[in-house]
Design a protein around this ligand. Structure first.
Ligand code: UT7
Length: 321
């Protein structure tokens, strides 16, 4: 039986780091409020010359190097993003060009903060169907450019970045993966794209990111544990056997609540949101890459992933490293 194995990781972060104290210079906020309510201390923001594309390219390049796979072996590039600079060409096509992935097709996928999990699932479907053997899966965002920088309830939360995994069809790896959506709750977290006027319709202004934070919080702490239980019930493994839990990095209080509801030790939950904030689709692959490079992921380790976000969307995956 062929499944999907992560064989290389990479990540990229913008050069500029903004601390909570930097934010309190132009916002009515404080390091104390942000730290205690979110767990975030610093985040990186894309500056001039940096974009969703440049971050995706850098992360993809590093993942390719880490995997030892040659550019010609990549048969598909899948980029999860909700902050592409262009409607088209896709970020995936830009990555394909920049990395010389001459045998790959490329496309983007939009599922907000669950985007990486949805992209991993899509890659898995292509791999098990036999259409592809090796896929480059990337999560890349510059949400800082969709944010209202005078709205203290959202702008302190997000950071920019990209994470990437080279995945390949092998005998061990992904054990189970799930994805879900509930479009009826779309209004709790949204950002509009800018549209132009036409001869028959007036201009519709783009709106920056808006969020009902408490509604998203309640959704996450209820849905993520339920989704993980649903996932585990489809496997012959137990939560006690899981070595690492890699949740979407939105809020340390969400992570603590999920650990408590699942009766799992908090030490198993990896965290980097204190340094990078919420990087949306990039958060899971960015964290996986940090853990991989630090040697924290040993061959055979059982890793649980879960993402949640706008849409609403959510999902979970269990894999053997
Ligand atoms: O990627 C997935 C998407 N997002 C999430 O997962 C976010 C989920 N939600 C959250 O993480 C939390 O709801 C937030 C961190 C966004 C907010 O925390 P909260 O504990 O739910 O705060 P709140 O919205 O209830 O606001 C409490 C108070 C309010 O003041 P009043 O009305 O009590 O006077 C806010 O105006 O805190 C105020 N506030 C702030 N104060 C200082 C909101 N943002 C800030 C701020 N600094 N940055």
């Amino acid at each position: 039986m062929i499944t999907t194995r992560i064989i290389g990781t990479g990540s990229a972060l913008p050069v500029h780091t903004l601390t909570n104290d930097d934010l309190s210079k132009f916002l009515d906020t404080s390091d104390e409020w942000i730290r205690t309510r979110t767990g975030i201390c610093t985040r990186q923001l894309a500056g001039d010359g940096e974009s969703t594309v440049t971050l995706a390219v850098e992360a993809g390049k590093k993942a390719l190097l880490n995997s030892g796979v040659s550019p010609e072996e990549i048969q598909m590039v899948l980029v999860a993003t909700c902050s592409s600079e262009n409607y088209f060409p896709s970020v995936g096509c830009r990555v394909q060009e920049a990395l010389g992935l001459t045998h790959a097709s490329a496309m983007d996928l939009s599922a907000a903060c669950s985007g990486f999990l949805f992209a991993l699932h899509t890659a898995h479907a292509y791999i098990v169907s036999g259409y592809c053997r090796t896929v480059l899966v990337i999560g890349a965002e510059t949400l800082s450019r969709t944010i209202d920088w005078s709205d203290r309830s959202t702008c302190v939360l997000f950071g920019d970045g990209a994470g990437a995994c080279v995945v390949r069809g092998e005998e061990t790896g992904l054990i189970q993966i799930l994805q879900h959506s509930d479009g009826t709750k779309g209004d709790v977290l949204m950002a509009n794209t800018r549209r132009t006027a036409t001869p028959v319709s007036s201009e519709r202004e783009g709106m920056p990111l808006s969020m009902d934070g408490q509604a998203v919080f309640r959704f996450a702490v209820k849905t993520v544990p339920e989704c993980i239980q649903e996932l585990m019930a489809k496997t012959d493994r137990s939560l006690e056997e899981v070595d690492h839990v890699v949740l979407h990095q939105a809020n340390s209080r969400i992570i603590e609540s999920v650990a408590k509801r699942l009766h799992m030790p908090l030490e198993k939950f990896a965290i980097n949101l204190d340094r990078h904030g919420n990087t949306s689709a990039a958060s899971i692959p960015l964290l996986l890459d940090e853990m991989n490079r630090e040697g924290r992921l040993k061959k055979g380790d059982l890793v649980l992933l879960s993402g949640f976000g706008a849409g609403l969307t959510w999902g979970a995956a269990l894999l053997e490293w």
